[in-house]
Design a protein around this ligand. Sequence first.
Ligand code: AMP
Length: 286
Amino acid sequence: MEILTTLRQIREKIPPKGSRPRPVSLVPTMGALHAGHQSLVERAVREDGQVIATVFVNPLQFGPKEDFNRYPSTREEDIALLEKAGAEWVYFPDPSELLPGPIHFRITHPVAELYCGAFRPGHFSGVLTIVSKFFHLINPDRAYFGMKDRQQLFLISRLARELSFPVEIRPVETVREPDGLAMSSRNRYLSPEDRKHAPELYRMLLQARDRYAPRSHADRLDLPSRIEAQMKERGFRPEYVSFVHPETFLPLSSDDPPGAATILLTAAWLGQTRLIDNIDIPGTHV
Ligand code: AMP
């Protein structure tokens, strides 16, 4: 695996489209890698990709009071994990080269303002800006994103489609700890006590999925507020719990057909750690 740090190296090492022996597959990350990131790289390799992983803590996607300055960094372990997973290149961009000055353009989308976007103003604009830059600079054939960050995955798929980036976005299932907690670089912020409670978040989503089908339409639409109440009883501080339309990513409403397939999406604080998770709920004909 080669370690790249400059745009010149990117230009020299990544073959241009048309002369690639295999599809170039991009896996963007912020480092502090775990088995979730590893599964993205392994999937890309299994699907015959020549993988370029990027490791960049993107300042554009952090709010002024967020954890940019203390975001975990485990560079040596990241290199070992990526090498083992079969990446061909890892790109650690030099921030002053990738972001030589302020960026005044903003990529916006109505869905970027909802859910996580409502609590993290500018977050998705920052994500979409840096991902666009990677798409331009690397010109990958494919890019892999995790379903854990479901809203991000939706927005990046739309970015590629609506702005005609010639890249195929491939989603990867959430990798979980044995107790169900979605793996995240931020899980290391959890105190030992909170770490024990954290899997309850996913358990509540599983429970909601099981309760969805047998209920009446009105009762179903009421589930998110009941889950929020349940979360609070269990010591979480929920930001939102929402049923989301899988195609449009807009909130499910009483106008949608009863029993429509949906995604249950949530973000909640536990102690000093912000957790996000989601679950697919299949449609029902009850
Ligand atoms: P991050 O380093 O948190 O920005 O994540 C980089 C990529 O890894 C994103 O596409 C995430 O959705 C994905 N990812 C993070 N955690 C997981 C997980 N537990 N399972 C699958 N993919 C993940």
